[in-house]
Design a protein around this ligand. Sequence first.
Ligand code: SF4
Ligand code: SF4
Length: 224
Amino acid sequence: MVVGERKPLSEIKEMVRPYGKILIAGCDTCTAECLSGGRKQVAELAAALDMAFRLEGKAMEILEISVDRQCIQDFLLDIIDKAAGAEAVLSIACGAGIQSLAERLPGKAVLPGLNTMFIGESSGTGLWQERCQGCGDCMLGVTGGLCPVTRCAKGLLNGPCGGSQGGKCEVSMTLKCDVPCVWALIYDRLSELGELDRLTAYCGPKDWRPAGSSGPRQLVRPDH
Ligand code: SF4
Ligand code: SF4
């Protein structure tokens, strides 16, 4: 999923201050899963903004909506209809959803209420962790299903480095929390699989062009 965190209320408040009527638009897929931008968070944000502006004596009408996915055009129709009655739209979808909406609302301010952070997974209660950078040339097949591009602090394709101690990455000291060394995890995983010989093969420099180094990426399916 795409993981994001709602912006601080004070920042959102200043963004919407020029308007008198706004629509808060949530997304009930990724950002709902990470408890940042779904239907419930739309209601919470609307209530918090309403209270904040009331305390200032500023009139602010707040409409609410949430759709299954803001990054898919067909799901945007309800937002587009409802946005007609608002001066601005505050989206708490990911950056893709916000841009998708902005492109379909010419002449209307579409504002980000969420900071998009990474592609990750839910790793435990109240915990989401980065797992993929969308490099466009997945190497999980040779690393036991663990991504060094994303999970090694140095992005090493041949590891571990000398900072790996007791299965922990050297950034654990700086971050003051235990960060597993992904190359130690890869070693353990390949050991379980009986594929440790994979570690004897040198992994050459990665071609970063599929990762977006040549500009914005797109996927085209000519048969559709
Ligand atoms: S190797 Fe690339 S595509 Fe595969 S998980 Fe890592 S970043 Fe994502
Ligand atoms: S300790 Fe492990 S995860 Fe950390 S930078 Fe070195 S190889 Fe990468």
